[in-house]
Ligand binder design. Structure first.
Ligand SMILES: [Zn+2]
Length: 400
């Protein structure tokens, strides 16, 4: 038993063997929000000089204009049939990887042939506060991927499963890694799992909650200002097209070094069918698939509801870091989420604890390993090209 607890406390997901890091990935991964933003804006400048009808703009979220979402849009040539939207940084800190994918897309995938078939809207760093401050949430502790409920009355939703686990999920004191509750976190979680089952717990903890503003996966009490600004931009572009594919880039959940296609199962069966056709070379994990979960108030569903006349296809690319399909991986991920959130609200017993927790949180959402970075970016090269191929083969007239 002692050995198990020791193995857990020193556990971290390992990279697969036999992968040689590739140098090109260093051009795409940066260490600060400012450098990511510069790389994106340089990419946009190149597009502007190449395609004269490129539009580029900024959305200001706060009155002081300190938080900026950058975007660029290149229309499809000729008749508009398909719009591709590529988002990064909805979960702040996950923007490092999203930024790399977007820059790679601009450099290696986007070309004039693609633009004959697809219009492209790239939205960078949707949650700039979280991106700048190494958090997933906005400055109001809101998880934007739980905030996108379709009506105001949906914000009264009560997540009973989360409420039952509150004493474990939201300790209201400074973070102390040497406390019994942290040293024996594995056993405390295992006891809950025995009582509740892993899938019930996963769903309760991760689906989103609207009661505890200091908890994680908090969806807020109403839409964050980000959505008001985004809505104007999105409606203006989406309504010009009969179809739209909306890809949101995330990290952490799933098998380390793999990109999972993970999305809530669409209510429209035709959308499910088209997703299967576009991503025919890939496995799709629906929210109700084994080992995954359904999300309330998710961003892509909200975007897809904005222009009902447009046939809208949602998708998430989730880059696994922690092997959350394993028991240790899922419990470690949960513990890190709890500690980071607790520290943000109640502080840490000392600086060493603070830097340890923040480092683990960053490693969970943005691994420093060159093997991991090589694996996901190499796979992104293939996946982004497959996405375009699959989408170009889709005929929007077939679903009218
Ligand atoms: Zn995410």
């Amino acid at each position: 038993m002692f050995l198990t607890n020791f193995s857990y406390n020193t556990y971290w997901a390992k990279d697969p063997d036999g992968v040689t890091p590739k140098a090109f990935v260093n051009n795409y991964f940066h260490e600060t929000y400012g450098d990511c933003r510069l790389a994106f804006l340089r990419g946009v400048d190149r597009l502007v000089s190449k395609y004269t009808d490129t539009q580029a703009g900024k959305l200001y979220i706060d009155n002081e204009q300190r938080q900026v979402i950058d975007w660029c849009y290149i229309p499809q040539r000729g008749t508009k049939e398909r719009l591709l939207i590529l988002n990064s940084g909805l979960h702040g800190i996950e923007g490092y990887v999203g930024n790399a994918f977007q820059c790679l897309f601009m450099d290696e995938v986007l070309n004039s042939d693609v633009l004959n078939h697809v219009g492209v809207l790239i939205i960078h760093g949707i949650n700039p506060y979280g991106f700048q401050n190494g958090r997933k949430t906005t400055g109001n502790n809101v998880d934007l991927n739980r905030n996108c409920l379709l009506t105001q009355s949906d914000f009264t939703y009560k997540n009973a499963g989360y409420a039952e686990l509150v004493s474990m999920l939201m300790p209201d004191e400074r973070v102390n890694l040497k406390s019994d509750s942290n040293r024996f976190f594995l056993f405390r979680s295992m006891l809950k799992i025995i009582k509740e089952s892993k899938s019930v717990m996963r769903q309760a903890i991760l689906q989103g909650q609207y009661e505890y503003e200091k908890g994680f996966c908090y969806g807020g009490a109403g839409h964050e200002p980000h959505l008001k600004e985004l809505k104007i931009l999105l409606i203006d572009k989406i309504r010009q097209y009969p179809s739209m594919l909306n890809i949101d880039i995330h990290t952490a959940y799933g098998e380390r070094g793999k990109i999972h296609l993970f999305v809530n199962r669409p209510s429209n069966d035709k959308v499910t069918e088209v997703i299967g056709e576009i991503f025919k070379d890939r496995k799709v994990d629906w929210g109700d698939s084994k080992g995954f979960y359904e999300i309330k108030g998710d961003y892509v569903s909200w975007v897809n509801s904005l222009v009902p006349e447009t046939f809208s296809i949602p998708m998430l690319f989730e880059c696994g870091t922690m092997n959350s399909q394993t028991t240790f991986g899922s419990i470690k991920s949960l513990q890190i989420m709890i500690l980071e959130n607790q520290g943000a609200h109640y502080g840490f017993v000392d600086e060493h604890t603070e830097s340890t927790v923040k480092k683990q949180f960053r490693e969970m959402y943005y691994p420093s390993s060159s093997v991991w970075r090589t694996l996901v970016l190499s796979d992104a090269q293939t996946l982004l090209k497959q996405t375009i191929e699959g989408y170009v083969n889709f005929n929007p007239k077939s679903v009218l």
